[in-house]
Design a protein around this ligand. Sequence first.
Ligand SMILES: CC(C)(COP(=O)(O)OP(=O)(O)OC[C@H]1O[C@@H](n2cnc3c(N)ncnc32)[C@H](O)[C@@H]1OP(=O)(O)O)[C@@H](O)C(=O)NCCC(=O)NCCS
Length: 180
Amino acid sequence: MLFEKDLLSVRLLTMQDYPLLVKWLSQPQVLEFYEGRDQSYNMSKISRLYGSKNLRGITACIVEYRGENIGYVQFYALPDQQKNEYGLRKEELIYGIDLFIGETSFWNRGIGTLLVTSLVQYLEWDCKVHRIVADPFEWNVRAIRCYEKAGFRKWKYLQHHEIHEGTWQNSWLMMYSSAK
Ligand SMILES: CC(C)(COP(=O)(O)OP(=O)(O)OC[C@H]1O[C@@H](n2cnc3c(N)ncnc32)[C@H](O)[C@@H]1OP(=O)(O)O)[C@@H](O)C(=O)NCCC(=O)NCCS
């Protein structure tokens, strides 16, 4: 177990979890906000993408709520190229996070906010990371609100940031900075 907070716990992803990722990333409701509904995932694609060779510096985790697997979160030190693109200093240790709750019945119940808040605490206290970024699409108001409630602020508007469902999308680079 990486960390726990109230009824939520976060643990490292294992190969036994790949069917869960296939299930979650086959749902249009999830894909609409993560990866895109024009993408499809089967076991071989998931094992390639989430195998240790491909993940390298990324820590991939499963989120549990009351002992039930409900979602996925990953975090990583931002590579220099991405820091450069965002106008951030190379010397500073900055982490990026990506996440989704794959069980959609768990959306809009405050669990995403609990997840982001406890992840930030874990990264700050256990990993000594003082700045964390996320890059939700500008129209993903629920994710933006969730990050804001966890202490993130809109930091930079990223025009034509990512191709999603065949179209360039604008995003917000959101930043959490600890008081240090
Ligand atoms: C984004 C996600 C992790 C948020 O988790 P969650 O548990 O659903 O979010 P929370 O309940 O903690 O908070 C959501 C907030 O957004 C608000 N919200 C939800 N839908 C909204 C909408 N259409 N417009 C405005 N606000 C909205 C909620 O009211 C709540 O804010 P409040 O507490 O001030 O009322 C989850 O919804 C999810 O996995 N979505 C799909 C994948 C995704 O978007 N991942 C993030 C990629 S950056």
